[in-house]
Design a protein around this ligand. Structure first.
Ligand code: NAD
Length: 275
C-alpha cells in the first residue's frame, strides 16, 4: 500500500498523494507538517504567499527523513513575476525552507494582465538548469496561457496545478495537458469544503460499498483518474483518513458516477481575474 509514483515529462518522479498547506497558520505549520510526515506523507505543497515555508522547512529538518525521500513544491508569487525578481524570490523561498533545492517550482498564477509569465518561465528554466529546482511547472494556467507559453519557451511544464474536483473538472485544460505530456495536479481536491460534495449519492454510495468515508472516496477518484493531489487538513485524524486510500479501488461505474457530478462549479477565483 505505497503511494503511487508518477513519472513527469522530465524523468523525475512525484508521489501522487501529498499534503498541502494553504491557509495553515505559519505559527502552527511546523507542528501540522510534523503530524503529516508522521502519518506518512512524503510530498508537501506550499507557496511563498502562504507565509509558512519556514515552518515546512523546520518540520522537514526535525523529521530526520532523508531529503531524497521527500518531494517539496513551492511557488512563485504574482508580485515576483519577472526575471531578476523571480530569481530573487526563488532564492528567498529556498532560504525560508532551509533547503538547497526544491523538487518542483511553480508559477502560482498566470496573472495575464501583467503579461510577464513567459519572461518568468524563462527564469524558471534557468533555475531548473542550475539544479536547484528539479522540476518546473505552472499553476492556474488555462489553455490560452499554456499555448502562449509553449509557443515562446523551450521547456514544457511538468505539471499544471489547477482547481479540480468533481464539480469542476476543467476538461479543456486537462485534455490539452494530456496531449502535451503535462501532468495535472488538482488543488481544492475536496472542493475546499465549499459545496456538499460529501452528500452526493455517487460519493456516499461508493463510501458505504467500500466501508470508506466520502473524503476517501473522492481522493480515490482523483488517484484513479490520474490526478496528483494533496488534500489539506489541520487535524491529524483527517490527515490519516485522507492518506488511508491505498487499500481499495472504485469500480469503473463508481468512477463514472462521480465524474458525472461535473457542473462547471468553480469554487475559487477565475485565473484571468487574479492579479
Ligand atoms: P481541499 O479541497 O484539500 O479542502 C481542504 C478542506 O477540506 C479542509 O480545510 C477541511 O475543511 C476539509 N477536509 C479535509 N479533509 C477532510 C476529511 N477527511 N473529511 C471532511 N472534511 C475534510 O482544499 P485546499 O486546501 O484548498 O487544497 C489542497 C491544497 O492545494 C492546498 O493546501 C494547497 O497546497 C493547494 N492549493 C493550491 C492553489 C493554487 O492556486 N495553486 C489554490 C488552493 C490550494
Amino acid at each position: 500500500n505505497t503511494v503511487p509514483s508518477i513519472t513527469l515529462n522530465d524523468g523525475h518522479t512525484i508521489p501522487q498523494l501529498g499534503f498541502g498547506v494553504f491557509k495553515v497558520d505559519p505559527a502552527e505549520t511546523e507542528r501540522i507538517v510534523t503530524d503529516a510526515l508522521e502519518v506518512g506523507y512524503r510530498h508537501l505543497d506550499t507557496a511563498k504567499v502562504y507565509g509558512n515555508e519556514a515552518g515546512v522547512g523546520k518540520a522537514i529538518a526535525d523529521s530526520g527523513i532523508a531529503r531524497d525521500e521527500l518531494f517539496v513544491t513551492t511557488k512563485l508569487w504574482n508580485d515576483d513575476q519577472g526575471t531578476q525578481s523571480a530569481l530573487d524570490a526563488f532564492d528567498r523561498s529556498l532560504e525560508q525552507l532551509g533547503l538547497d533545492h526544491v523538487d518542483l517550482y511553480l508559477i502560482h498564477w498566470p496573472s495575464p494582465k501583467k503579461d510577464r509569465y513567459v519572461e518568468s518561465w524563462k527564469a524558471l528554466e534557468q533555475i531548473q538548469a542550475s539544479g536547484r529546482a528539479r522540476s518546473i511547472g505552472v499553476s492556474n494556467f488555462l489553455v490560452p496561457h499554456l499555448e502562449k507559453l509553449l509557443a515562446n519557451t523551450d521547456v514544457v511544464p511538468a505539471v499544471n496545478q489547477i482547481e479540480l474536483h468533481p464539480a469542476h473538472q476543467q476538461p479543456a485544460v486537462t485534455a490539452f495537458a494530456r496531449e502535451h505530456g503535462i501532468h495535472i495536479e488538482a488543488w481544492g481536491p475536496l472542493g475546499q469544503g465549499k459545496y456538499p460534495l460529501f452528500e452526493a449519492e455517487a460519493v456516499t454510495g461508493a463510501a458505504s460499498a467500500h466501508g470508506k468515508t466520502p473524503a476517501q472516496v473522492v481522493i480515490r477518484w482523483h488517484l484513479q483518474t490520474g490526478n496528483i493531489v494533496f488534500p489539506k487538513s489541520n487535524r491529524r485524524e483527517r490527515m490519516a483518513e485522507n492518506f488511508d486510500v491505498l487499500d481499495f479501488s472504485l469500480t469503473d461505474a463508481e468512477v463514472a458516477a462521480i465524474t458525472a457530478l461535473e457542473r462547471e462549479g468553480r469554487v475559487s477565483a477565475h485565473p484571468d481575474e487574479v492579479e
